[in-house]
Write a protein that binds this ligand. Sequence first.
Ligand code: FAD
Length: 286
Amino acid sequence: MRISEILKEDKITFSLEVFPPKTSERYEETAAAAKTIAKLGPDFMSVTYGAGGGTGPFTAGIAAEIQDEYRVTTLAHLTCVSSSREHVLHMLDVYREKGIENILALRGDIPKDGQISRDYKYAAELIRDIREHGDFCLGGACYPEGHVECIHKSEDIHHLKEKVDAGLDFLTTQMFFNNDVFYNFLYRIREADISVPVIAGIMPVTNPKQLARSAAMSGTEVPQRFRAIVDFFGDDPDACRQAGIIYATEQIVDLIANGIRHIHVYTMNKPQVAEGIMNNLSAILK
Ligand code: FAD
């Protein structure tokens, strides 16, 4: 099913993200975690894609298996920063053959050696190419706190508008821990005439190392209240996981209470975390 259709339904949508393995040796283990998460019955699941392009077959494999075995619609990511047009067109064929209708079209982070594709500089170029070569439902990424490479938020929103106009059906946000940042972002993009549905991306942080890594990479603000939780419970994995689930749940409850209808949780392939949040929200999501 096309995600654009799911987002039109008169309900709160709840979706989950998993990532593929880096090597074939880890494929079965990763696919098993993804399938345990699929059994929770989200509205759809997304499967990430390595910026280098090497995990493409694993992304496609896991996305197709979830769809075929559990009837959960999937959103396969696709990056272009290190890929040729030829490789991108090949991946579109693979996705099409496997029955994947939804793609999250991304640039990917610039590799450390600075070498980027000669065919693509920005996600908007990838989006135009996909639109020309198939009938996919397309999503893109957006950044409530501004993308790390862009100094001015208004410039980032200007580029976002170009990207949406290139052919996006919806947007999914980078993680954020302060909902006010997201509400402000929504206001600014609606003012900029960006009207596609926006899915709020929530990262339940269940260990301090993960928080440090994720926040440093994305430039996400970590509120003091959240920092205190991680500092206090950081040495106790079970307590930290529980606190992370509770913080994410509270964030989601506040979003829904303020009229946000589409929630996406970055599960980090942890079924227990996804299940914990869904159980906490059982009456809200029913
Ligand atoms: P773009 O939209 O191209 O933007 C990148 C930067 O370029 C921004 O600063 C933008 O303002 C600027 N820009 C855009 N157009 C122009 C222009 N014409 N002139 C000048 N500047 C311009 N990464 C992965 O490798 N794999 C994944 O699966 C993955 N999934 C993600 C899912 C979500 C929901 C999010 C939010 C991010 C994900 N990422 C993933 C990370 C993403 O690839 C990086 O954040 C990357 O640095 C930017 O990708 P983009 O598609 O947003 O790029």
